[in-house]
Write a protein that binds this ligand. Sequence first.
Ligand SMILES: [Zn+2]
Length: 451
Amino acid sequence: MNRKFLPIIGFLFILAASAATAKPQTPSASQPSLPSATTQGAAAAEEQLPVPPAARASDHFDPLAATNAYLATVPADKKARSDAYFEGGYWLLLWDFLASAAVYVLLLATGWSARMRNLAERITRFKPLQTFLYWIQFLAVTSVFVFPLTAYRGFVREHAYGLATQTFGPWLGDQLKSLAVAAVLGGLFLIAIYGVLRRAPRSWWIWGSVVTIVFLMLTAVIAPVYIAPLFNRYTKLDDPRIKGPILSMARANGIPAGEVYVMDASRQSTRVSANVSGFLGTERITLNDNLLKRCTLPEIESTMGHEMGHYVLNHVYKAVLFFGVLIVLGFAFLPGTVSWALTHWGGSWRVRGADDIAALPLFALLFAVYTFVLTPITNTYVRAAEYEADIFGLNAAGQPDGEALIDLKLGDYRKLDPGPVEEFVFFDHPSGRTRIHAAMRWKAEHLNSGH
Ligand SMILES: [Zn+2]
């Protein structure tokens, strides 16, 4: 279940900005520490940035032509590579679903799940401990089964596209750490859920959804403080070249300046990114060291304006509400479906009932189907919030060209110019075309307003 459970936490609480491996534009010492949020700043930025001619300020500035000019700066081979990487992700979505579904069915049909339960029962009579011992076995077996796919997606493929910096040893180390986190958090979660299942045979789906939502919120509270530091080093932003303008923008938007962090993402990846994480007092904005090293100040300002948008617009809290509704709906389908399946196959699976931990693969299977089918809806929800953050960022930073250039960098791993249906189904962030067009539209109106 953790394989689906962790991405949900991801969906919910890490509204990640992005990534890129574009040729680093090493910031030079002569770079101006220019004040942002003024069109004067944006005009000065245009002089410093590789803005294509059709996107430069002029009397006949056309947002669509400017957008196309930006997109045309990407060489054909680079675009083909980015398209291939991103479209490969569509298939991985399917393979991930099929692989985990196959493992769950196998565990049930071969009676392996019942044997894992029997082993846990032989070791202890204490129910919560039985649940935990079953979970450890379940986690080990499912992780081993899907390992080839995990390694292909997380290691082989990332290296093939030049997005990874880790050798196999440290990568595997990170995987084992994730597994340990899943063992502890997933174990505690299941102990709570099965406690509910045993005590409330009729209304467990209501209490189960409450437990799930509360658990996700607690995870979000502790994640930036206790989980993320297991994988990366976090420090407060102290680069004087960018600290001033970024913290100024933070203060202007009512964000406590102490909440901007830098992480050493280059340990794992070449991607440029930033995110907002945390909940109920642990909220923070984090930008990664690749962003600091590879982007110009206007690009950094634009990205941080976007992240501040997530913060100010309370996207984390709204996501809890949205995913909370999906969780309740999902649980509402469970009692009928589970009892139907157990009536048909429970005997041959040697599963005693819904409150038998040996039924976990059935729950995991139903959850996998549910999240797979909902993909376009969850993507669209997240994408809509990302678009809001883009608009907020444009207004906060006033750097439309910085925004367009960072969008092109994100294009190293996200298809830049998809069709509308493709964007609706598969994109959890707006496409490069959508984002650049929004930036150029903003730029057009600020040119025309006589500034
Ligand atoms: Zn975002």
